[in-house]
Design a protein around this ligand. Structure first.
Ligand SMILES: Cc1cc2nc3c(=O)[nH]c(=O)nc-3n(C[C@H](O)[C@H](O)[C@H](O)COP(=O)(O)OP(=O)(O)OC[C@H]3O[C@@H](n4cnc5c(N)ncnc54)[C@H](O)[C@@H]3O)c2cc1C
Length: 468
């Protein structure tokens, strides 16, 4: 007897292991059809699109080794799924959840539409430690402060569910001809830049995929144990896991990392970082417009500057502040930036240049391979002082002191700003105090004046002048 196939719709979960939707499909004992739908309304920024292209190819390779493949389509997801269902006679569709508002709305509508046609639809937890509505205050509300969220999580949900293994065997449904009107995307998924192709640095740095995610994690478990807690803030040290884009695309789940790290006795500090990611998603769940709205409404009156030239110099790593420029160039080249430096560059844009944090958020959304719609705005709002659990606006990071403290020998700066490589360990943080090497700009703003301007703006906004 020929069974109606089950469609497994992959979105942010390019993996075989710890994949509840795939496991459900396996349990149904019917042939499965694995699909990806490139829906313009849900595609990520440019750097993450490069990753998505590679993620698709990697999962396709893994499925081919099991005798199947990944079918890639382009178009509005609801329409595409409906056509695939009617073309194949599938009676079940499964997926792992996504939690941004647009994704949720699309998925709810698709679920209702398919069910109305008599198709079974099942959705499962995505790759967070806990569902974003799970960790709640005693009164049932959203935690506003991370430390309280962390405490609440440890008390009520001390460990995420143990991760499930990959299915050993899968039976795949054939798709001999594509559904009428639906062209399967083969070879070129239309996700990569062409003129010019700026992805060389990304290709040098990353190998997207589930296998690489686990290799990287194993390597980090072996070498990172002794250094993570002490060296993670030093960008030249390579002491953090660099798993963020692998988590973003679901090559590995937070639960897999949590359990692996706990078994190895990894410091709690690392588990807390994973919990920051969950905190971001829980915030986004209750404030879906977090990328566009100040969570502290008093900042709606902030007199941000309109400064396209300043924004462009920040984006290009040409501010004249070495640590800021190193970070922005690392981002442009690799699609990633060290966390400490992300904080420094964000603070610099918002406070030294007095540019609205949303412009920085958008630049990161387009250039980060790990960009996600929860972590990025939450961290921007944290650094801008506009968020719920945020560094107070009047605490203005000094980019020179940060540079001396976290890159004391200038190794990170030398790597990304080669014009400054000839300077001494002391002079490299403040090239303008000696002689600025050719090709490197003078500082775009004077730190002291910029600080005064930022504080003045904040005071005129009327948020408790003179509190410092
Ligand atoms: C302005 C700004 C924007 C950011 N935008 C993003 C983003 O779009 N996507 C993103 O994944 N991270 C973002 N971060 C958080 C953080 O910088 C990265 O998660 C981290 O640098 C990833 O490196 P890692 O994997 O080596 O981290 P590790 O230190 O090894 O931490 C392990 C994991 O914990 C999670 N994590 C760690 N710190 C944070 C944090 N502050 N917030 C949320 N999750 C965290 C990440 O998934 C990370 O992979 C942003 C930070 C700032 C200051």
């Amino acid at each position: 007897m020929i069974h109606a196939p089950t469609i497994v719709w992959f979105r942010d979960d390019f993996r075989l292991a710890d994949n509840p939707a795939l496991l459900e499909a396996e349990k149904l004992h019917k042939p499965i059809l694995c699909v990806v739908i490139l829906d313009e309304a849900h595609l990520p920024g440019a750097a993450a699109r490069w990753w998505l292209d590679r993620a698709i190819r990697s999962l396709d390779g893994d499925l081919r080794r099991m005798g199947g493949s990944l079918h890639v389509f382009r178009g509005p997801a609801g329409q595409v799924l409906t056509e695939i269902v009617s073309h194949t006679g599938a009676d079940t569709v499964v997926w792992n959840r996504r939690y941004d508002l647009k994704g949720r709305e699309t998925d709810t509508a698709i679920k209702a539409g398919l069910r109305a046609e008599g198709i079974a639809v099942h959705s499962f937890p995505g790759g967070l430690l806990h569902e974003p509505w799970r960790i709640r205050t005693r009164a049932g509300g959203q935690y506003k402060i991370f430390t309280a969220f962390w405490r609440g999580m440890r008390e009520t949900h001390p460990t995420p569910f143990p991760p499930a293994p990959a299915p050993e065997k899968l039976a795949f449904a054939p798709l001999a001809s594509p559904p009428a009107g639906l062209l399967p995307q083969q070879g070129d998924y239309g996700l990569l830049p062409t003129r010019p192709d700026w992805t060389g640095g990304l290709q040098e740095m990353w190998t997207p995929g589930e296998g690489e995610a686990h290799d990287r994690f194993a390597h980090f478990m072996r070498d990172g144990l002794d250094t993570y807690a002490t060296a993670r803030d030093f960008p030249a040290e390579n002491a953090s896991s660099r798993l963020s884009p692998f988590l973003r695309f679901g090559h590995v789940t937070a639960a897999q990392i949590w359990h692996g790290a706990t078994e190895k006795g990894f410091p709690e500090r690392f588990l807390m970082e994973l919990a920051w990611r969950d905190f971001a998603w829980s915030l986004l769940f209750s404030a879906p417009d977090m990328a566009t709205r100040n969570l502290r409404p008093e900042f709606d009156a902030m007199p941000w500057r309109d400064d396209p030239a300043g924004l462009a110099r920040w984006q290009q790593g040409q501010t004249g502040y070495p640590l800021v420029d190193a970070g922005m160039r690392e981002l442009w080249h690799t699609g990633w930036m060290h966390n400490r430096v992300r904080m420094v560059v964000a603070s610099f844009l918002v406070k030294h240049l007095l540019i609205d944090w949303r412009q920085g958020e958008q630049w990161f959304a387009d250039t980060l391979v790990d960009h996600d719609p929860a972590s990025n705005p939450m961290n921007w709002q944290w650094n801008a002082g506009t968020g719920v659990d945020a560094a107070p606006y009047f605490r203005i990071m000094n980019p020179v002191l940060q540079s001396r403290k976290f890159d004391p020998h200038g190794a990170y700066i030398r790597r990304w700003v080669p014009e400054l490589a000839c300077l001494s360990d002391k002079a490299i943080h403040t090239p303008w105090e000696t002689e600025i090497p050719r090709g490197y700009p003078a500082p775009i703003v004077d730190h002291r004046l910029a600080r005064e301007r930022a504080l003045h703006a904040w005071k005129t906004m009327g948020s408790g002048a003179g509190q410092e």
